[in-house]
Design a protein around this ligand. Structure first.
Ligand code: F6R
Length: 596
């Protein structure tokens, strides 16, 4: 949801901010722009479309301080006028902003009455004019004064004509400071900076920073200096690059054996600190959005199975509407980015209600880690493709680990079953690799269905959420309408939509749901829909029921969502390729949604 970058140092800034900005393009790509402090004054360049379009139009502008922005439109269409940065009436200050200012309309009217001239329809432009109007002797104090007038979420970076400094601040939108040698950076996400530095300082809500080439001064809005230690991020530049794959999504799908291994490393032996789990939890609520919610739904089944603690999963944006009850569930907030506004709001609400909270996230130092009482990192490495893949699978691993922990702590899990399950978990990277080896088979199945306008994905029990996730991946990147459904529900309405033109992907693994799933497949084939059945290795019978069959290795039913979702991720990927869709940057979608 918009990416921002800033650089100040002793090198030419233009190339550096553009390079960093391209690594943030997954956050939005409707338009982009940059502002450079050049000897000829504050130079502004903007363009509609991807960053490559801006780059192709750019001449070299000299200057060693710059800010840049890639936009995901919220207020105002994706036009050059609405692209960031924004300047004040005298082109003295330039601002880039990620977030949403909720009170911008009255502020805009007030500024218009004072004679300010606006050039865009955006909420963000008010910031440039507020800074122009602000009291204060230096850029930092003017920015703080302007921020005092606004409501809403922001991560901003501001530059002033003739000054080699950047003032940045954040509230409920992500911002990190990159620490370099004779140069410093700001960015929405650390992956933007990995080529230049892996030393970062995480700015906290309502903090402001002034950076120059050789100083980083963090303070609160009252000017109180805050000492912030820098942290070293273990991700490498290679982790954040495509490494020869045509798309980040494919690379990230193929990284899953490694990601699963990393996320289990040292955790299966139970060596981690258990003190948080000493409390007795009588119920659990899992919260997340999109793919993270689907992981939460799988978590519901597995945690109940392993720990016998009643567990529900809820979409983050709906959590606030559930009544406060006497019971105080353990609230597990899942967010790969750790910055999703709906999930952060739910985590805050859970704390307000007196619940203990756990964050499951992939991003060190992200906002959700500050909201939670306990954090489980998924350790998937950076995920750049907009569609979540390896972060979903590692969220499942985190939830399996949580289920094992809770089941062990409350004695619901015998040590023998625990041992068996752990042995199965250790085999998961190999299992996933076997699915990946069959990618060409999945590609040919996708080729067959590339012309479909609508598809259903059906499954039962643990694989009902898998069907939801398969459908989400499909609609998100191939633009085929994909609908996930509990298989038993088809006959209660959706069968009306089935025909030869509506393929159905049926998850028919050999577990306690198998016979019932075969019944559902028969219902579907009776309506002429072509069925692609995902089954278990060795199943000779499925071909009698389904037009096409893809088999995944046999695993304990509890773990079956893992190999199956890998197959469905590949299916969605190849559908998108066949249809010529921009896999890593699907239309209208941003990877991190920092607005509610
Ligand atoms: C789909 C996808 C989204 C995210 C959702 C939550 O592929 O990526 O549905 O899962 O926006 O994002 P996080 O997990 O960052 O909170």
């Amino acid at each position: 949801m918009c990416g921002i970058v800033g650089y100040t140092g002793n090198q030419e800034a233009q190339e550096i901010v553009l390079d960093c900005l391209k690594r943030l393009e997954y956050r939005g790509y409707d338009s982009s722009g940059l502002a450079i402090i050049s000897p000829d004054g504050l130079q502004l360049r903007k363009s509609v479309g991807e960053i490559a379009i801006l780059e192709s139009k750019l001449e070299h502008v000299p200057g060693t301080t710059a800010i840049a922005h890639t936009r995901w439109a919220t207020h105002g269409k994706p036009t050059t006028e609405n692209a960031h940065p924004f300047v004040d009436c005298h082109s003295e200050f330039a601002v880039v902003h990620n977030g949403i200012l909720t009170n911008y309309m009255p502020l805009r009217e007030e500024l218009l009455k004072k004679g300010h001239v606006f050039t865009s329809e955006t909420d963000s432009e008010v910031l440039a004019h507020l800074i122009e109007d602000a009291q204060g002797t230096d850029l930092r104090s003017k920015v703080v004064s302007a921020l005092g007038r606004i409501e809403g979420a922001y991560a901003i970076a501001v530059v002033q004509k003739g000054k080699n400094e950047i003032v940045a601040a954040r509230y409920e939108s992500p911002l990190v400071i990159g620490v370099g040698h004779d140069e410093n950076f700001v960015a929405s996400d650390v992956t933007a900076l990995l080529k230049y530095t892996n030393e970062v300082v995480y700015l906290q809500d309502k903090e402001v920073v002034r950076i120059t080439s050789d100083s980083i001064e963090v303070s609160d809005m009252n000017g109180q200096v805050a000492q912030r230690e820098s942290k070293t991020v273990s991700w490498s530049l290679e982790d954040a690059e495509r490494s020869g794959y045509p798309h980040f999504m494919l690379k990230e799908i193929f990284e899953q054996p490694k990601a699963i291994h990393e996320s289990m490393l040292g955790r299966l032996e139970g060596q981690e600190d258990d003190s948080f789990f000493k409390a007795k939890f009588t119920s659990i609520k899992i919260i997340g959005c999109g793919t993270s919610y689907h992981a939460g739904l799988v978590g519901k089944y597995l945690i109940e199975e392993l720990s016998r603690i009643p567990t529900t999963a809820q979409i983050s944006s709906e959590y606030r509407y559930s009544p406060v009850t006497d019971s105080k569930p353990l609230v597990v907030c899942i967010s790969q980015s750790g910055e999703t506004a709906d999930t952060l709001a739910a985590a805050k609400e859970a704390r307000k209600r007196g619940c203990k909270t756990i964050a499951v996230t992939n991003v060190l130092g992200s906002a959700i880690t500050r909201e939670a009482d306990h954090v489980i990192y998924t350790r998937a490495g950076p995920e750049i493709g907009v569609a979540a893949t390896k972060t979903f699978v590692t969220q499942l691993i985190a939830l399996y680990l949580l289920g094992l922990k809770l089941g062990t702590m409350n004695n619901s899990l015998s040590s023998e079953r625990r041992r068996e399950l752990i042995a199965e978990m250790r085999a998961l990277p190999r299992t996933v690799q076997l699915v990946l080896n069959d990618a060409p088979i999945i590609a040919s199945l996708a080729e067959k269905h590339k012309k479909a306008n609508s598809m259903f994905f059906i499954g039962r029990h643990m694989n009902y959420p898998t069907s939801l996730e398969g459908a989400l991946k499909t609609k998100e990147i191939s633009y085929i309408h994909g609908e996930g459904y509990p298989a038993g529900e088809l006959k209660h309405g959706p069968l009306a939509l089935l025909s030869r033109e509506t393929p159905v992907v049926a998850i028919c693994v050999r577990d306690h749901t198998y016979e019932k799933m075969l019944g559902n497949v028969r219902e579907v084939t009776a309506r002429d829909s072509p069925v692609l059945a995902i089954g278990t290795e060795g199943d000779q019978d499925l071909v009698k029921y389904a037009e096409d069959v893809f088999l995944v290795p046999k695993v304990n039913p509890l773990f079956s969502p893992v190999p199956i979702i890998v197959a469905l991720q590949l299916f969605a990927y190849y559908l998108a390729i066949e249809r010529g869709c921009p896999v890593d940057k699907p239309r209208n979608i941003a990877k991190t949604v920092t607005v509610e």
